[in-house]
Design a binder for this molecule. Structure first.
Ligand code: TYC
Length: 102
């Protein structure tokens, strides 16, 4: 599309061919061993969630098998997964955290 300006020049607006960066869901998976309180602390610490929201998500994962902790660009999602898994292993819990393209 061509838009004339007051000065008589013409600005060409071109359709952008760059796609927005893909977003990734970070998911927690249920297991039989990780304590509920530990999962709530993980959700509060690494995903900046309130105690109430963290508890809701933990219970959803416990009942339904998995739940979304947040949605992020690739690098941030990768870092969140690494931080959660590393923290869980340090405390000897089998908690699993994965990412999935949105
Ligand atoms: N199922 C676990 C228990 O009963 C609690 C739990 C919730 C574990 C969420 C992992 O991602 C998880 N202690």
């Amino acid at each position: 599309m061509a838009t004339p300006t007051r000065e008589g020049t013409v600005l060409e607006t071109k359709k952008s061919r760059v796609k927005p960066p893909p977003l990734f869901k970070v998911l927690l998976l249920n297991d039989d061993y990780t304590p509920m309180e530990f999962v709530v602390v993980v959700l509060q610490s690494f995903f900046a969630l309130s105690r109430e929201k963290a508890t809701q998500i933990m219970l959803k994962v416990h009942r339904e098998g998995m739940g979304v902790c947040g949605v992020y660009p690739r690098d941030i999602a990768t870092t969140k997964v690494e931080q959660v898994v590393s923290y869980a292993r340090k405390h000897q819990h089998p908690l699993q955290c994965v990412m999935e393209e949105n």
